[in-house]
Design a protein around this ligand. Structure first.
Ligand code: SF4
Ligand code: SF4
Length: 135
């Protein structure tokens, strides 16, 4: 579950808002990221992966909010660890990026979501926009 946004680090780039598949994150009044719908978090870590400032911290608990403070998150010593261990950006030289493996998994999830939506409509095909979202 997403636990905190470290406001001092956030540069307001909006990447985490764009990549979050559950619209958990939003831009606050000052343009920085805020947690808007925490309960919808899927614990997918994409926001951590795409944050160039290591300003987000996701905890592996999937069913509940732990309620970590920024200080507690920093004290884990693992803020930015997922991006580092995934070999993104400046970590490419020291860690192997194997996120290409996720392509087939995301495609499977997309097809399952389409099938679920169709089933919910009694088998009728669901209208979708260009991004595959139900419209
Ligand atoms: S962990 Fe995934 S679902 Fe949760 S806020 Fe980050 S991108 Fe969104
Ligand atoms: S990706 Fe990081 S720096 Fe960019 S808006 Fe989100 S928290 Fe802020």
């Amino acid at each position: 579950m997403i636990e905190v946004v470290i406001d001092d680090r956030c540069g307001g780039c909006g990447s985490c808002v764009d990549v979050c598949p559950s619209d958990v994150l939003a831009r606050g009044p000052n343009g920085k990221a805020i947690i808007a719908r925490q309960a919808d978090c899927q614990t997918c870590y994409l926001c951590e992966l795409y944050c160039p400032e290591d300003a987000l911290f996701v905890w592996p608990e999937t069913d509940r909010v732990v309620g970590l403070t920024v200080e507690q998150a920093l004290a884990t010593g693992d803020v930015g660890g997922f991006r580092r261990d995934s070999g993104w950006d400046e970590h490419a030289a020291t860690h192997t990026n194997q996120h290409w493996r996720m392509g087939a998994i995301f495609e499977r999830a997309r097809l399952m979501a389409i099938a679920d939506a169709d089933a919910a409509q009694g088998g009728a095909k669901t209208a979708r926009d260009e991004n595959g979202r139900i419209s």
